[in-house]
Write a protein that binds this ligand. Structure first.
Ligand SMILES: [Zn+2]
Length: 52
């Protein structure tokens, strides 16, 4: 799914499962639930994802 949305925010998240790093905006569809866009296997801040 192409991401054309440009974000001003520098908030980076990293996946604890696959170590991918990505902007917060890529990791959420609704701004509430977070999931790794790379592996889809890690969800939730603090549990599956961490702030860089
Ligand atoms: Zn991942």
């Amino acid at each position: 799914m192409p991401q054309l949305h440009v974000t001003d925010r520098r908030d980076l998240l990293a996946c604890r499962r696959c170590d991918a790093e990505f902007p917060e905006g890529r990791a959420t569809k609704d701004g509430w639930t977070y999931e790794c866009p790379e592996c889809g296997n890690a969800a939730g801040l603090g549990d599956g994802l961490r702030r860089v």
